[in-house]
Design a protein around this ligand. Structure first.
Ligand SMILES: [Zn+2]
Length: 274
């Protein structure tokens, strides 16, 4: 499932072809949205942004297309009018004179006015947007230490979009590794120094994944792995996620897979002592 960094990169890509444009044609697959095809055709696109795992495409007259990819949704871009056959159902298309933005497989699509956007059930519950440029490690520490969240295990907390928006399953394992913490721990059990490490790791790892397209390992470590002849992406992408049975990149101990809040989680028993 794409996480915050992947959705934000998709938003950047869509923005490059849609911002300031007036779509000459719009297609909605779902009947209840068909009437918006006329409303939005020719209306200038004034914003394209992600919030957590949702995509928001804003129009000059005040309407916004909201979409959430869930597990299977996928955004593609192409030359205008060219619909690549990727074996998925097209659910939304925006065609400008030069390009097409195409959303496949997603079922969670809405058109919202300004009030609808404000009151949206998913958007209005989102916590701190980790990938926002304004977010600081202090904001994250404050959120984790708040009465709402401090008693909960990091296993569930780091996946809960109401706490930190934009994180997901691979980021959770990677953040815990860099912070030297375990999924069973709770913010209330942590020292100030541990909370600081966790807050910095949440921000740094998520921003790195956004910049690199999903690589969470530090650039210098990636360079060393590549120098050693391992150049395929899965060989250098993560510290622990998906690496059970392999040696830890820091200490050599064997990475272990476990279940945390119903999702697979990975850790190094030495770097992340119980
Ligand atoms: Zn280790």
């Amino acid at each position: 499932m794409p996480e915050g960094p992947e959705i934000k990169r998709a938003a950047d890509k869509l923005a490059r072809i849609l911002m300031g444009r007036k779509p000459r044609d719009i297609f909605f697959a779902f009947d209840h949205l068909k009437s918006y095809e006329n409303d939005l055709r020719g209306d200038r696109i004034v914003s394209v942004r992600s919030r957590s795992k949702a995509m928001l495409i804003g129009f000059e007259q005040g309407l916004t297309i909201y979409s959430h990819n869930q597990l299977y949704g996928q955004w593609r871009t192409s030359k205008s009018g060219h619909l690549p056959d990727i074996g998925r159902q097209l659910r939304l298309a925006l065609h400008t004179d030069k390009h097409s933005a195409l959303l496949y497989s997603a079922s969670d699509i809405e058109v919202l006015d300004k009030d609808g956007l404000q009151a949206h059930k998913y958007l209005c519950k989102l916590g701190i947007e980790v990938l926002s440029l304004e977010t600081t490690p202090e904001d994250i520490k404050h959120q984790l230490s708040s009465d709402t969240f401090r008693r909960r295990r990091l296993a569930g907390l780091l996946l809960d979009q109401k706490c930190l928006a934009g994180l997901g399953n691979y980021l959770r394992s990677e953040i815990l590794f860099v912070a030297g913490l375990r999924a069973e721990q709770r913010p209330m059990d942590l020292s100030e120094a541990q909370l600081d490490r966790l807050s910095h790791a949440a921000l740094d790892i998520t921003r790195r994944a956004y910049r690199t397209g999903g690589v969470t390992v530090e650039d210098v470590v990636v360079a060393k792995i590549k120098e050693g002849g391992r150049r395929r992406r899965w060989e250098y992408r993560h510290y622990v996620f998906g690496r059970d049975g392999s040696p830890c990149r820091r200490c050599g101990d064997t990475i272990v897979r476990s279940d945390a809040a119903g999702r697979r989680c990975y850790h190094c028993p030495t770097c992340q002592p119980a």
